[in-house]
Design a binder for this molecule. Structure first.
Ligand SMILES: *[C@@H]1O[C@H](CO)[C@@H](O)[C@H](O)[C@H]1NC(C)=O
Length: 350
């Protein structure tokens, strides 16, 4: 009788020990970080080879911009909710988008569109990004100011490049100064976003002293929620250089920004830039998804102190406002000469 009771007890003890040992072994030898499950959704367009982009930059679109098929660009299942994904993109998942018709104040700079497109092609070739120009005159955006047409261009860039994860929208009046700069390592990787975004920073609506908004960027955020990356100058967010991630939130924001009745068809001085600023100031949800990087990360200006003006090693320089003093050509030529420079030209602290 006694023997029969001992046997099952021993079996139970052995079984429990084996299971415990297995748990320990699994933990030690296959410790897959939680992040792997969090960040990699199945069904992402990973591994697919992008087909060549077909776009006729000479012909206007066949009708009103919002009725075009590009607004229905697809979003991977892992990015369909409010919480998207946070994986490190591959270089070929990035589109560098120049949305321009070559006109506007940039026409003061001879052949500016051809020159920057050629330069951006070289930058993209070096890293394996996709260079894309979309002629914004093709969009029928009604009576709205031309600069709004950058937004349909972003939608079209996602639609034309079905495997692209990030679209970098950059104005024509921007020169890439440091061709070695990696968009992935320094801007788009989850680690870069976690480390680089400004936390608890006032979101501006004019100069802070004159018009304090009392609204700050979140102190804490989830990297997988960050779908748009932007910078602020001394007055407001600036859309001259902005990153958009392929998620449901991005699609929704692009559509809302171009709401014709409430935003786009109205007389907003800053056009699409005012739209995103307004939505950020008004909606916590938008603040949770739009990350603000320090300005010089990807939108340094020609003039300004160490937090704003171009310094050696910065990715790009933006000639924002150059037309005010008629300085576009002068500044453009000066920086064009120095692109890729490695000498000490504009060091910090001077
Ligand atoms: C842009 O498209 C318009 C027509 O939609 C065309 O007239 C214009 O020449 C194009 N611009 C460039 C730079 O090709």
């Amino acid at each position: 009788m006694q023997g029969l009771q001992v046997a099952p007890r021993r079996a139970v003890i052995i079984a429990v020990s084996v299971v415990a040992l297995l748990i320990v072994l699994v933990h030690v030898f296959s410790d897959v970080p939680y992040d792997v499950y969090r960040n990699y959704g199945t069904g992402d367009p990973v591994g697919a080879v992008a087909p060549p982009v077909q776009v006729d930059n000479d012909k206007p679109q066949p009708g009103y911009f919002k009725a075009q098929p590009e607004w229905d660009f697809s979003v991977p299942p892992s990015a369909k909710g409010w919480a998207g994904y946070a994986k490190k993109p591959r270089n070929r998942d990035i589109v560098v988008l120049t949305a321009s018709d070559g006109g506007g104040h940039n026409s003061a700079i001879p052949n500016v569109l051809e020159r920057v497109l050629e330069d951006r092609q070289a930058y993209c070739d070096k890293h394996g990004y996709t260079n894309l120009w979309l002629n914004t005159s093709r969009y029928d955006i009604g009576e709205a100011h031309r600069t709004w047409s950058k937004i349909p261009a972003v939608a079209e860039a996602f639609s034309l490049n079905p495997t692209a994860e990030w679209v970098w929208l950059i104005d024509t009046d921007i020169i890439i100064m440091t061709p070695e700069f990696s968009l992935v390592d320094d801007i788009l990787a989850p680690e870069a976003i976690k480390k680089g975004l400004m936390r608890g920073t006032p979101i501006l609506d004019g100069q802070l002293k004159k018009n304090p908004t009392h609204i700050n960027t979140p102190e804490d955020f989830r990297v997988e929620d960050i779908d748009i990356l932007i910078t602020q100058d001394h007055q407001s967010v600036n859309t001259g250089s902005t990153f958009f991630r392929r998620t449901a939130f991005t699609r929704y924001l692009l559509e809302i920004m171009t709401d014709y009745t409430m935003l786009m068809g109205r007389d907003h001085v800053g056009a699409e830039q005012d739209a995103i600023k307004h939505l950020m100031l008004e909606h916590q949800l938008v603040r949770n998804h739009v990350g603000i990087y320090p300005q010089r990360k990807f939108n340094a200006y020609v003039q300004g102190g160490d937090n704003m003006g171009y310094r050696d090693g910065d990715l790009a320089v933006h000639f924002a406002g150059c037309w005010v003093g008629g300085k576009c050509k002068l500044w453009f030529d000066e920086f064009w000469e120095k692109k890729g420079h490695t000498d000490v030209w504009r060091p910090e602290g001077q």
